[in-house]
Design a protein around this ligand. Structure first.
Ligand code: NAD
Length: 447
């Protein structure tokens, strides 16, 4: 099948590559010329485990193409995916300017009688499929008046549930595929496209466009709720002398609750949860619904990003000026270079204001942070270099390589044996034996 994917970021590049992997002919389109030039030359533009191998193979086998030219990219495509940004607007709602702008451009290109399925893969508010359809029709009618343009395309909602860090695996073997359309014709095209991905029997769930759009927001909001809930339980544990790790295990073994997404920490970040929860609250208010739980989820998360700060201040007796802190982890979660809404950035901001000197290390995200904040902090070549003369170590992201470090080496490099761990990486008894001061989340402080 000939497919076009508009927007070649984290979702678009994975989507395009994985569809090429099952034999489709895929053209990815992006307005960023630099990005497209790199991709054409075989230079991958994001870090995502397993993606580069697939990307290079499909590029070599002439199934994966890149262009800046929308007309060239969508020509002959039966399915056109929109994997465009939907950032929060000023009022917190999802800004649809990228989606509707492209829809308008597509309207100029769609020809009567040449059926295409336009797919919203971006996370978009309920009603967006209707808006995309309207934008296409309005511009089609304006630019090349034809009578039956509505019959030449369908707009489908096909939200993406991949997780950065395991995106390829999630895309190739999805838990489920949600397809929102009332069109039988579009349903058949989408079903055929996804058939190779659900051979093991995972469901393709067909529904109407609006339900599909809401499904994505509801899924992300429930996951964010789980995280904020556990972060509040962690706060309680500290006040009540309980251990959140024990409580987590105790409740997670109940099937109704499940083991995943129960790890406390310094809040959720990334390009999805923060903006999607906010957007659902906003669109709820537009239909006069006050989504109270989600408002609390957002508030708890805002506070949680700086959860370690009072403990750091207390340890240094409110004198943080010129203290040297090593920071392990900058990405919003491990196995990605994505730093959007990363808790580490909030910590950097708050600590810099107090006059703290920060020396950071992240296996993949340092370039993105350099581009975002420049030399506000120092960047180290490896996790141990960051520790030289450090008054304390802060851990903000649970990269695997931070889990079993060489504590002996750490001790020789650091000025003080002090760790503030926002991801609960270490066993309390081990760290006590090693003689570190250790503050984590929802557990006893070792000192
Ligand atoms: N990142 C995730 O983990 C994830 C998961 C599920 C859903 N989503 C949703 O998918 C959508 C895309 O997210 P992302 O993380 O891939 O975003 P991204 O910012 O990484 O990528 C978006 C791409 O679109 C390009 N673009 C912008 N305007 C364009 C235009 N007019 N024409 C062509 N290209 C254009 C940008 O240059 C960029 O490369 C969002 O709605 C997001 O909420 C993201």
């Amino acid at each position: 099948m000939k497919i076009a994917v508009i927007g070649t970021g984290y979702v678009g590049l994975v989507t395009g590559t994985c569809f090429a992997e099952t034999g489709n002919n895929v053209t990815c389109i992006d307005i960023d010329e630099d990005k497209v030039n790199k991709l054409k030359k075989g230079e991958i533009t994001i870090y995502e485990p397993g993606l580069e191998k697939l990307f290079l193979r499909n590029l070599k086998e002439n199934r994966l193409f890149f262009t800046n030219n929308l007309e060239e990219g969508v020509k002959d495509a039966v399915i056109i995916f929109l994997a465009l940004p939907t950032p929060p607007g000023e009022d917190g709602s999802a800004d649809l300017k990228y989606i509707l702008g492209v829809a308008k451009d597509l309207g100029k290109l769609i020809k009567a009688g040449d059926y295409k399925v336009i797919v919203d893969k971006s996370t978009v508010p309920v009603g967006t499929a209707d808006k995309v359809k309207e934008a296409i029709v309005m511009s089609a009618v304006k630019f090349s008046p034809v009578s039956n343009i509505e019959e030449s395309f369908d707009v489908v909602s096909n939200p993406e549930f991949l997780r950065e860090g395991v995106a390829v695996e999630d895309f190739m073997k999805p838990d489920r595929v949600v397809i929102g359309t009332k069109s039988e014709k579009a349903r058949k095209v989408m079903g055929d496209l996804y058939a190779p991905f659900v051979r093991q029997g995972n469901p393709v769930i067909y529904m109407d466009e609006r339900s599909a759009e809401l499904t994505k927001y509801a899924a992300n909001s429930l996951l964010a709720t789980k995280i904020s809930f556990m972060n509040e339980v962690a706060r309680l544990c500290e006040r009540m002398g309980a251990d959140v790790d024990m409580v987590r295990r105790g409740i997670g073994s109940d099937d109704r609750i499940g083991k995943r997404f129960l790890f406390p920490g310094i809040g959720y970040g990334g390009s999805c949860f923060p903006k999607d929860v906010q957007a659902l609250v906003r669109s709820s208010s537009e239909v006069n619904y006050n989504f109270e739980i989600l408002k609390a989820v957002m508030k708890v998360n805002e506070e949680q990003k700086l959860f370690l700060l009072p403990a750091i201040k207390k340890y240094f007796k409110n004198d943080l000026k010129n203290k040297r802190v090593a920071l392990w982890g900058l990405s919003f979660k491990p196995n990605t270079d994505d730093i959007r809404e990363a808790p580490a950035l909030y910590l950097i901001e708050a600590l810099s204001k107090e006059g703290v000197k920060i020396s950071a290390f992240d296996p993949e995200a340092m370039n993105n942070v350099k581009n975002a904040i420049g030399d506000k902090i120092e960047y180290s070549d490896n996790q141990y270099d960051a520790l030289k003369d450090a008054d304390a170590l802060i851990i903000a992201t649970e990269w695997n390589e931070f889990r079993t470090p060489d504590f002996g080496k750490m001790e020789t490099l650091m000025k003080n044996k002090v760790i503030f761990d926002g991801r609960n990486l270490f066993d309390l008894a081990t760290i006590r034996d090693l003689g570190f001061y250790y503050k984590s989340v929802g557990r006893e402080t070792v000192n």
